[in-house]
Design a protein around this ligand. Structure first.
Ligand code: ADP
Length: 198
């Protein structure tokens, strides 16, 4: 099963992706996590990406496409994967389509988590507070100012993917404002309906 989780920052993609990992035993491919790992390891990609990420803007398509192309060839992706935070632009969507075509693979579905913008900044600030309370590092982009820019980037560059995948007949939507377990149940129902391999 290969699927994309789509939605603005703070929509709950990461949480739901984790639950799908546990249930289906396929990996979560979060470009945000991969980029943060590159930043922490100070790889050439990480050094380039850091300032862009800290400002809430998007890293170049070329960089993220290359990261994903390499990742999906790893053995743990053989039975599928969950793309979380990727693709995030129309060129990325075309790129992942081409990557899959080349490998004789396809996407089962794209699930959009629909949320109310006004709730998002609160969720992000809560995540920052929780990280701090747990003694973990707080993401540099998890604050109200940078969040505004992340949301603008989402509407400008990522929201067009909703129409893109709708036109391909792949889009399904879930109410991301429901409580977490309900969202999980809705996604499970959609996957069962899509006949995705469980
Ligand atoms: P969020 O929690 O806002 O959904 P992520 O953890 O997915 O954020 O990503 C954090 C940052 O990493 C983004 O703001 C962006 O700078 C960069 N990033 C992650 N994925 C991509 C992508 N597919 N294309 C471009 N930039 C990306």
């Amino acid at each position: 099963m290969r699927l994309i989780l789509l939605g603005p920052p703070g929509a709950g993609k990461g949480t739901q992706a984790q639950r799908l990992v546990e249930k289906h035993g396929i990996p979560q491919l979060s470009t945000g996590d991969m980029l943060r790992a590159a930043v922490a390891a100070q790889t050439p990609v990480g050094v380039k990406a850091k300032a862009v990420m800290d400002a809430g803007e998007l890293v170049s398509d070329a960089i993220v496409n290359a990261i994903v192309a390499e990742r999906i060839d790893q053995p743990d992706c053989a039975n599928g994967f969950i793309l979380d935070g990727y693709p995030r632009t129309l060129p990325q969507a075309d790129a992942v389509g081409a990557m899959l075509d080349e490998r004789g693979l396809s996407l089962n579905t794209v699930i959009e988590l629909v949320v109310d913008d006004k709730a998002l900044v609160g969720r992000i600030l809560k995540r920052a507070e929780q990280a701090k309370a747990a003694g973990q590092a707080v993401r540099k982009d998890d604050n109200a100012e940078v969040f505004d820019e992340r949301l603008r980037e989402y509407y400008k560059k990522t929201a067009p993917l909703i129409g893109y995948y709708y036109a391909k007949g792949l889009l399904q939507t879930v109410d991301g404002m429901a409580e977490m377990d309900k969202v999980t149940a809705s996604i499970a129902a959609l996957l069962a309906k899509a006949g995705a391999k469980m």
